[in-house]
Design a protein around this ligand. Structure first.
Ligand SMILES: NC(=O)c1ccc[n+]([C@@H]2O[C@H](COP(=O)([O-])OP(=O)(O)OC[C@H]3O[C@@H](n4cnc5c(N)ncnc54)[C@H](OP(=O)(O)O)[C@@H]3O)[C@@H](O)[C@H]2O)c1
Length: 279
């Protein structure tokens, strides 16, 4: 149990990677606040975790794109647990998969507002809301989530990639500021790798690619590229602990050479099937 006396908010922790990080923290003895937009999802997750971890877990419905809701999340956390030592700004969405040129201006505008509003502005809101408490207690560990296209060009998720590029830039710049402050606050960036979660339930631009081709590619990605959610999420723990000295670092939950080999296999098999791969 490496996280006794720790308290954490994990945003977007009712499914996928956030839920797994919350579970791993709870297993380590941490007190955890579950949050997502929908009360039913929050209640369901809290009920599930309470059976295993008792009073170490509470839930607060919160849309991270709304600064008032985030303030309420922070207030409720301090009320329940007395402090916030860790923030995992994990909440994230994607809406569409396919080339940007197929999107209408209206769709571009509404996707951009939602995706950037949650992934980038939501992470900034969450960090801004916990920072005063962390500065006061002169301690904090913040972890943000990178994503496809943030560090290297990647097709077909342009708006999502832009939001994640923003998260990475913001995190690195804030790390620079924190370096010069007296407080022991660190911010690091998690690259989980490809993990099969609800994030992939996006609408496919069918004018560009038929669903059958997309499904075949997804099957191959599952087989050769995708990472196990638990293995990947485990890598977050050291960055949430007092012993973490890194600041502004990107760390991976997967093996890059294995992922590259996996992508090559997917392309080869798609070619054999006579289908174009967009990897
Ligand atoms: N899966 C991957 O391959 C992958 C790769 C790289 C990075 N990531 C990043 O990992 C993070 C988690 O994604 P995931 O794959 O685990 O997806 P997921 O299973 O869809 O989980 C997303 C979580 O965020 C919550 N959420 C969405 N919008 C929210 C909002 N406005 N406010 C608060 N909570 C919100 C969702 O719950 P509600 O719907 O109930 O709000 C859900 O709990 C994201 O930042 C994603 O970009 C994922």
């Amino acid at each position: 149990m490496r996280m006794i006396n720790e308290t954490a908010i994990v945003t977007g922790s009712t499914s996928g990677i956030g839920k797994k990080i919350a579970e791993l923290f709870l297993k380590e003895g941490c007190k955890v606040v579950i949050c997502s937009r929908y009360e039913t999802n929050v209640n369901q997750t809290v009920t599930e975790f309470k059976k295993l971890f008792g009073d170490s877990v509470i839930g607060v419905p919160c849309d991270v794109s709304d600064p008032d809701a985030v303030k309420n999340l922070v207030d409720k956390t301090i009320e329940a647990f007395g402090s916030i030592r860790i923030l995992v700004a994990n909440a994230g969405v994607n809406l569409t998969y396919g080339p940007f040129q197929y999107l209408t201006p209206d769709k571009v505008n509404s996707d951009a507002k939602t995706i950037i509003g949650i992934n980038l502005i939501g992470a900034i809101n969450s960090i801004s809301a916990v920072l005063p408490q962390m500065i006061e207690q002169e301690y904090g560990r913040i972890i943000t989530l990178s994503g496809g296209g943030a560090d290297r060009p990647m097709e077909h998720m342009t708006i999502y990639s832009a939001s994640k590029g923003g998260v990475v830039a913001f995190s690195r710049c804030l790390a620079k500021e924190l370096e010069t402050s007296e407080s022991n606050i660190k911010i690091n960036i998690f690259q989980p790798g490809m993990i099969l979660t609800n994030l992939y339930k996006v609408s496919l631009i069918e004018a560009w690619k038929d669903k059958e081709t997309y499904d075949s590619q997804m099957e191959l990605l599952k087989k050769y590229v995708m990472t196990d959610v638990e293995k990947s999420s485990m890598t977050v723990i050291p960055y949430a602990l007092p012993m973490c000295k890194d600041n502004g670092k990107s760390f991976k939950g997967f093996s890059l050479p294995k992922m590259i080999r996996g992508f090559m296999k997917v392309s080869k098999e798609m070619k054999k099937m006579g289908k174009a791969s967009d990897l």
